[in-house]
Design a protein around this ligand. Structure first.
Ligand code: ZN
Length: 540
């Protein structure tokens, strides 16, 4: 008698898991990283030939593994219509406070007081004596009984907003409400003509230079939707000293206003200043793509549902070589050739396990431009969002060796965590949450757009406790990487990483995906979670 593969798998799921898991090797990951981070790919900037090469490589690999095309018109590519907007920012911006002229610098790198970016997809950004209003945190959160705007009309006004959020989920925990991108969306929904987020290092998590050095009036966007209106003349940042000065010249005490904004009784406060401004805006379209492959599930019914793996393929491109370096190519070896390489390796390994639900593997574009590729995919998924069991996202893997622990972003948000805990325990690893909850990493990663349409997330990485290393060593590596290599041309690959920890993580991510794909039920959000309602209202 010959057992069919399906029967064999049904009888011996552990054998299938073992067969798949043993296919994951450091050599395979290394090979993909080496190609994807090569200088030839010129930093994989969306719309540039180097990223096209990466896209073709990823699609070819999925085809070779036997995946079905999940993109447009029977291909592996899903076109993503990016729009690049550039605003010609004046050197000086003049506010009027009574009869006083308050001049702020909008150019000049770290010396700038303001950073201005386009918001609406228009030809000119124009303000005519628009009143400036302080709106506290600028948050409308009915589930926390919080609304900074109340019934105050801010239409046509420039709102000045505090970064971060009140301690809705404990002190120092940043939510989506505490992200600057949320502040802009909510200001636009209230009809504001412009929004400026006040920068302070504690509330942003990074110093003013990080914003000011990169600011050039340009950003990429998707076509606007009702959900995320782009109706403001501009968006941007104001430095803390400049915000204090603007309030002071208008006869207000910013610190007193900020103190008042910590209360739910706060009401928006006109500063008494106005702003007139006229800036040309330039637009052009950029063609980029998500790469999508599908491994059809073996169960006739459950194969209509899927587990999703994601990793972003884009990076920052190239620029003038910084002093002391040979080239200006931002290779993005760790960020995120490593995540793509690992997802490819998981994708090939998974074909040995024939899961019941389908697997969707998606390499998304324009993460560095604001999660644009994943946002597009979440809005245009190959199967309805409510049939996607979970998104397992990989961004910048562990390259420092094996660990005794595992960090989980958004730990406690869904029942997918139970599967993560189980597999981690089988590996002899302990599980903990985000080591830096103030940074809001969950809301800055590609799983976030999927969470917003109700898809639970799995975002894990080994560390910071490394096998055979003293306590604190892992944090040191992470900090050194951030300081020296993060978003720098030196994020390169020379075959010198210890990928044993990534193999450990990839095996976990594979097994978690297989178990989610084989479970009778899909995971559910923790009751009361911020994304639970999205799951319930999503179409099937
Ligand atoms: Zn990055």
């Amino acid at each position: 008698m010959v057992l069919s593969l399906a029967l064999l798998l049904a009888v011996l799921p552990q054998a299938a898991e073992r067969a798949a898991s043993s296919r994951i090797t450091a050599a395979e990951i290394s090979g993909h990283v080496r190609f994807l981070s090569d200088d030839l790919l010129e930093g994989r900037k969306p719309g540039q030939p180097g990223d096209e090469l990466a896209i073709k490589y990823l699609a070819s690999q999925l085809e070779a593994y036997g995946y079905q095309p999940g993109g447009d018109n029977g291909t592996f590519l899903q076109a993503v219509p990016l729009i690049e907007l550039h605003v010609d920012v004046p050197r000086e911006v003049h506010f009027k406070a009574g009869d006083k002229d308050v001049m702020l610098h909008a150019l000049g790198g770290t010396a700038a007081d303001l950073i201005l970016e386009p918001n609406a997809h228009i030809d000119r950004a124009t303000l005519k004596d628009a009143p400036v209003v302080f709106v506290g945190y600028g948050i409308t959160a009915p589930e926390y009984g919080w609304d900074d705007y109340k019934d105050v009309d801010v239409r046509g006004k420039v709102v000045v907003v505090m970064n971060f959020n009140p301690p809705f989920k404990g002190a120092g925990v940043r939510l989506w409400y505490g992200r600057w991108d949320y502040k802009y969306i909510n200001a636009a929904k209230h009809g504001a003509a412009a929004a400026l987020v006040i920068h302070t290092t504690p509330s942003a998590g990074y110093p003013w230079q990080v914003l000011a050095n990169r600011a050039d009036g340009t950003h990429q966007d998707l076509p606007p939707t009702d959900d995320e209106p782009r109706t403001m003349q501009f968006q941007g940042w104001i430095s803390d000293p400049a915000a204090i000065k603007l309030a002071q010249e208008s006869g207000q005490d910013l610190d007193a206003l900020r103190k008042a904004a910590e209360s739910r009784d706060f009401r928006p406060q006109a500063l008494g200043a106005t702003l007139a401004l006229d800036m040309p805006v330039h637009r052009h379209e950029i063609r980029s793509a998500n790469v999508i492959g599908i491994l059809p599930g073996r169960d006739p019914r459950l194969s209509q549902e899927a587990v999703l793996y994601t990793a972003h393929h884009d990076h920052l491109g190239k620029g003038p070589p910084p002093p002391g370096t040979s080239d200006g190519i931002y290779n993005g070896a760790l960020d995120n050739a490593s995540g793509c390489a690992t997802v490819l390796t998981i994708a090939r390994a998974a074909t040995a396990a024939a899961p019941k639900r389908s697997l969707i593997v998606a390499f998304v574009t324009a993460e560095e431009q604001g999660l644009l590729g994943s946002k597009w995919l979440a809005q245009h998924p190959p199967i309805p969002a409510n049939r996607i069991a979970a998104d397992i996202n990989l961004d910048s893997v562990n390259r420092w060796g094996r660990t005794t622990d595992l960090g989980v972003l958004g730990l406690g948000k869904s029942t997918a965590d139970d599967v993560v805990r189980k597999v981690a325990a089988e590996q002899g690893r302990t599980v903990h949450g985000d080591p830096f909850p103030d940074r809001g990493a969950f809301y800055r990663s590609d799983m976030f757009p999927f969470a917003r349409v109700g898809v639970p997330s799995v975002a894990v990485k080994g560390g910071p406790d490394f096998v055979g290393r003293p306590k604190g060593w892992g944090e040191e590596q992470a900090i050194e990487y951030e300081r020296k290599h993060y978003h720098q041309p030196s994020d390169e690959y020379h075959g010198d990483w210890d990928l044993s920890g990534d193999v450990q993580d990839a095996q976990l991510q594979l097994l978690v995906g297989l178990r989610l794909a084989n479970a009778p039920q899909m995971p559910t959000w923790t009751p009361g979670d911020e994304f639970e309602a999205a799951r319930k209202s999503a179409s099937r």
